[in-house]
Design a protein around this ligand. Structure first.
Ligand SMILES: [Zn+2]
Length: 247
């Protein structure tokens, strides 16, 4: 048995038998792990207030030989998303981060850049200010996982978009120029292409004071969500909430 103590982010929990929970946890030292928290619903001492998705915790857990599931021993909350006001969009945002991380990350593959990205967007995701961190997260997770195509040139001919819109299609890779776009493609506007370049260059803190609405970067978010969905071959249910809200 190997005991671990690590910073971690709770992604999801599922009820098991009685008061046990199955927990999906993004740990800093081992990447994504799943394990059983025995009597979690009864023991406030061991998990008190630290099981809500996207809670940043100090987690103690144990790997057991020849067993895929770890044993969750003790969580202590470092920062809870519920400590700040919450509204419909912020709840959807937290659910989106959890669903994306759960779907795209392989188990037991620690990636510190993704862990730091998640902490940074969590800090920025406050009531009335969620559209920017959602977009920043979508772009960077797609890049860090290795699925982001070139955002400044056509995948087909290599020509730079140079002030023209780009086009994407849900069933194919990359962005195309107007000449090589597939039928029924969606456009990615000039402003959003520039926004993507800026987000790849700047820290999230540098962008935190800019005014954002649900329209800001909407086509970029949709492109990124389609890219994530195509690679995982799974719908992101939480992203549909953004669409329903006009974002
Ligand atoms: Zn082209």
């Amino acid at each position: 048995m190997t005991l671990h103590q690590s910073e971690a982010i709770v992604l999801r929990t599922w009820p098991l038998r009685e008061s046990d929970l199955l927990v999906s946890l993004l740990t800093r030292d081992l990447g994504k792990v799943r394990g059983v928290a025995k009597a979690a619903l009864k023991s406030r001492k061991r998990f008190g207030g630290a099981l809500e998705p996207m809670t940043y915790v100090d987690a103690a857990y144990a790997e057991r030989p020849r067993q895929e599931l770890v044993r969750m021993d003790h969580f202590e909350a470092i920062a809870s998303p519920l400590a700040l006001p919450i509204d419909y969009l912020r709840a959807a945002t937290l659910g989106y981060y959890a669903e994306v991380l759960e779907n795209v990350l392989p188990d037991h593959d620690p990636q510190d850049a993704i862990f730091r990205l998640t902490l940074a967007v969590l800090e920025q995701s406050q009531v009335g200010r969620c559209w920017m961190p959602v977009t920043y997260f979508s772009l960077w997770i797609t890049r860090l996982i290795g699925w982001l195509p070139e955002t400044d040139r056509c995948t087909e001919c290599g020509q730079n978009f140079a002030g023209e819109a780009a086009y994407f299609h849900g069933l194919t890779d990359g962005l195309s120029c107007a000449r090589h776009k597939k039928p029924n493609s969606s456009a990615l506007g000039v402003d959003s292409l520039a926004l993507a370049q800026r987000m790849l260059r700047d820290s999230i803190c540098a962008m935190s004071e800019e005014p954002w609405t649900r329209q800001s970067g909407r086509d970029l978010r949709r492109f990124l969500v389609r890219t994530l969905e195509r690679h995982t071959e799974r719908r992101l249910n939480s992203a549909e909430v953004f669409s329903r809200m006009g974002g």
